[in-house]
Ligand binder design. Sequence first.
Ligand code: ZN
Ligand code: ZN
Length: 413
Amino acid sequence: MTSPAARVAVELTAALPVPELEDFYRDLHRHPELSLREHRTAAKLAGRLRDAGYEVAEGVGGTGVAGVLRNGDGPVVLVRADMDALPVTEETGLPYASTADGVMHACGHDLHVTWLAGAAAALAAGRETWNGTLLVVGQPAEETGQGAARMVADGLYERFGRPDVLLGQHAAPGPAGLYPHAPGLIMSASTDVDIVVHGRGGHGSRPESTVYPVVTAAHLVTRLQTVVSREIAAGEAAVLTVGRIEAGTRHNIIPAEARIALNLRSRTEAVRQRMLASIRRIAQGECLAAGCPREPDVTVGATFPLTVNDAGTDAVVAAVHGEVFGPDTVFDPGPAMGSEDFPELALGSIPYAYWFVTTTPGEVWEQAPGDTLPEKFSAVPSNHSPHFAPDLSTVAPGVRTLVSGALALLSVA
Ligand SMILES: [Zn+2]
Ligand SMILES: [Zn+2]
């Protein structure tokens, strides 16, 4: 271990209060909160940052938390965790499973908050080893793509200073103890689209007097499957998922409209625009074919940007992770189809590194069917699954990744 950052990171995290951090994690997991309602989570994080000596602001951009530790001349490093949970009913059967009806930390943001709190405390306790400013951010509403932009719009950087570099990490499926890094594109863009098909409602026994939006919506769902398969070049990556379809109230009532909610993933703006144009064309065509009384409404909703690491910054962080955890634990998995609003914190120009920490318990990974890595990856519970259950063994390593990453970018004596 040759770099000062790696050496100091190991020193500062040698005596982490792991059982206490595990308790904190289990408490957060028991009490998940939906996007922009992360009041309890935010208060817990803010309390820990205050205890560690940070100047703290709450309610930034809604429920966001910001803590700053000014520690002499040096770079301003922002370290971020997201805090929100999902409308998922937990099925892990864990003793510390969610106590909130229909809400679950199914994306690991409880672990992210735990990692951030642990790292903030360790870096504060060891402040004589580094110089610079740490800006610690507990971000609300990642899942809805709102939180990062809201914190920026609420003056995060005017109040605490504009950072020189940003760091973020995310729990991911894979045998616990790996740190996937990518020097450029790591997460895809995401776009929500809503379609409303307008029919003409009436009695279920009298099709001749109605325009039946249910069958038009069904055709639409099927035809939309051809956007990626028949219109996007084989070498491009894209996903189109119809996540929700809704129409009608009773067996014998033909409803007046049907609603479809889609989500798109893409890795270039050109592909995104092509998909949106195709969706509009197909929706209009199906409604024309069905004789709908009006054109469909096609509305573009929440959009997540591409997550593109700064190659130089990511190389520095990947290198220190390799030193701390061993070179075999760091590898480039290629870009994921998942999406993040983390890049909103970069304002289009601040360099950042964003990486993954794999959290699947060893025995779950071993017992997963399949022999190849891709087979096993698709067999273990992924983020957003009601069975997503990160291994507690990843609590301390996720603190070390943040501490070592931050130290690699601060000035270490
Ligand atoms: Zn998520
Ligand atoms: Zn997430």
